[in-house]
Ligand binder design. Structure first.
Ligand code: BMP
Length: 262
């Protein structure tokens, strides 16, 4: 059975990675396949945004290294809001170094990511060692953890080729217990247990002046086969982020239901 035409509720049984399973359960329960990208620069803004959009989302994606006043309390409060509103935390760290370095970046330093992030993004550029390293570190953290592989990018002129994307799928296959899915623009796998996340989504814009390229939620879900849309500025720059999130959630969910009927 192909991933695209199977309901989220049935796909739960196909997950090898426990975080992917948990995410599909949240998506089904809250009827939302929206991930908000919390690209703000202070703890206060981050927590306020999480509180406002929390009921509408399945995942909150962070770039913790842009938070000026990050501390243990930032992470702690965010985990509290994730529990309160039932969403997962995806740190968009885009690990890209050799395994040993990535292991330290994941567990240590100012951000100790493995202790609070359910999911992290990772580039496959440095080869299979990076997945092995994250997996070992996650095992040490002794919490359900997963990673999301950057299979494609949304930015104009990016250097990822079709061969690179398919080679990334081969790497993923060696670590299905740790890989929750992919960040991609197109469908890269038909496996129902893997989740496709798609950034570059906006209801109003075609792009920014730094290479970002946008499509609307209906297009990425019905035509490109995305499962979870990732929206940053379309929601966080809105005067009412909670209301904007509801609008994107409804558009993405309607597109998902339409896809099932196709
Ligand atoms: P926005 O919707 O404001 O353009 O934000 C998109 C978010 O998704 C950013 O946080 C960016 O880092 C991330 N992202 C992306 O835009 N394209 C990709 O291919 C991969 C990403 O993680």
């Amino acid at each position: 059975h192909s991933r695209r035409f199977m309901p989220f509720s049935k796909r739960v049984n196909h997950c090898v990675n426990p975080v992917a399973k948990k995410l599909l359960e949240i998506i089904e329960e809250k009827k939302t396949n929206l991930c908000v990208s919390a690209d703000v620069t202070t703890t206060k803004e981050l927590l306020e945004l999480a509180e406002k959009v929390g009921p509408e989302i399945c995942v909150l994606k962070t770039h913790m290294d842009i938070i000026k006043d990050f501390s243990g309390e930032t992470a702690c409060m965010l985990v509290g809001l994730a529990m309160k509103h039932n969403f997962l935390l995806l740190e968009d760290r885009k690990f890209a170094d050799i395994g040993n370095t990535v292991k330290m970046q994941y567990t240590s330093g100012k951000f100790f990511i493995s202790s609070w992030a359910d999911l992290v993004t990772v580039h496959t550029i440095s080869g299979p060692g990076v997945l092995q390293a994250l997996k070992e570190a996650a095992f040490d953290a002794n919490k359900p953890r997963g990673c999301v592989i950057i299979g494609e990018l949304s930015s104009a002129g990016n250097l990822i080729t079709a061969d690179y994307s398919s080679a990334s799928m081969v790497l993923a296959a060696e670590h299905f217990d740790f890989v929750s899915g992919f960040v991609s623009q197109n469908s890269l796998s038909s496996r129902p247990g893997l989740i496709h996340f798609t950034p570059g989504v906006s209801l109003g814009c075609n792009g920014d002046n730094l290479g970002q390229q946008y499509s609307d939620p209906d297009h990425v879900v019905t035509q490109r086969g995305s499962d979870v849309i990732i929206v940053g500025r379309g929601i966080i720059m809105d005067a009412n982020p909670g209301e904007a999130a509801r609008k994107y959630k409804e558009a993405a969910w309607a597109a998902y239901e339409k896809r099932l009927l196709a």
